[in-house]
Ligand binder design. Structure first.
Ligand code: PMP
Length: 287
């Protein structure tokens, strides 16, 4: 059994101070815990260089704005805190977890007088998926909600509950992760990564109008186009997805990961996917 995350050694940046890992706690009565009022980020550093650091910390601030919570630090302060925490913990290849959450000043649904707390932890984290030949996805019964029913463009913790339900459902059926459809029945993403399909050498990816427009997704679209590949953003039906030649998912944690199977249908890890995996490694400074 892996060590519980609260039992690690090291330092966590909490509201501007370096706090010893096991002492980085918060009171049980806080709005973030009770009402889901928290937003977070996931950032990777390769060879001591955080990838797209400013984009991620800006998204943390923007996610806060979406749910009406002001993050009380500038992007520059958050960027510097990430660099400081990496150095303080002697990390070179790591994953950062910035989180902002509402404090304890109010305990009803309203949160206008709640303070906002911010913490940044970092730890070594290898591959998110261990799927040789591609990961397996199971179509979930849980759908991504409409953008007028949830804060779908923000990394708000409350929005992740449905992802956890879909992930649990998939794992209990023997799959690595979930294929999540949206409220209209179009293909959306996996529980924590965006999705791409390749058909006759062309790349297609769903329009992120009710799920996160991932920073890795945007990076991959740019890299593909810079290398002469065609990328089209459009609504994708399940039938269309199932007729693809190759499928892969993208995310900070997942990086670029081939999909080898969806439900009963097998997919090949093809040349376009392999090329993009390599291009992403170069872009992030891994090779
Ligand atoms: N969708 C969801 C639900 C996610 O949690 C993530 C990871 N942040 C992504 C997509 C990919 O986003 P990014 O590439 O910015 O990490």
């Amino acid at each position: 059994m892996t060590m519980s995350f609260d039992q690690r050694n090291g330092w966590i940046w909490v509201n501007g101070e370096m706090v010893e890992w096991k002492s980085a706690t918060t009171h049980i009565i806080n709005h973030g815990l009770h009402y889901g009022g928290s937003v977070f980020e996931g950032i990777r550093a390769y060879n001591s260089k955080p990838f797209k650091l400013t984009e991620h910390n800006q998204r943390l601030i923007d996610s806060g704005k979406t749910i009406g919570m002001e993050v009380p630090y500038s992007v520059e302060t958050l960027n510097q805190a990430c660099l400081d925490i990496m150095e303080k913990n002697n990390l070179t290849n790591c994953y950062f977890r910035p989180i902002a959450w509402r404090g304890s000043e109010e305990m009803g649904i309203g949160a206008s007088s709640c303070s906002t707390n911010v913490a940044i932890a970092a730890w070594e984290w290898g591959q998110y998926f261990d799927g040789t030949g591609g990961i397996t996805l199971h179509t979930s019964q849980w759908k991504k909600p409409a953008p007028d029913t949830s804060a779908t463009s923000s990394k708000c913790a409350a929005g992740y509950v449905i992802g956890t339900m879909a992930k649990h459902e998939s794992v209990s059926n023997g799959y690595h992760d979930a294929l999540m459809l949206d409220y209209r029945g179009y293909v959306a993403e996996s529980s924590g990564a965006n999705l791409f399909m390749i058909k006759n050498g062309e790349i297609f990816t769903p329009i992120p109008d009710c799920f996160l427009n991932g920073i890795t997704r945007q990076t991959i679209i740019g890299l593909a186009r810079d290398n002469g590949l065609s990328v089209t953003e459009k609504h994708i039906s399940v039938d269309e997805l199932m007729s693809a030649d190759e499928i892969f998912v993208t995310g900070t944690a997942a990086e670029v990961t081939a999909v080898g199977k969806i439900d009963d249908k097998d997919f090949t890890v093809g040349d376009v996917t392999k090329q993009l995996i390599e291009l992403y490694k170069i872009e992030t400074g891994q090779v």
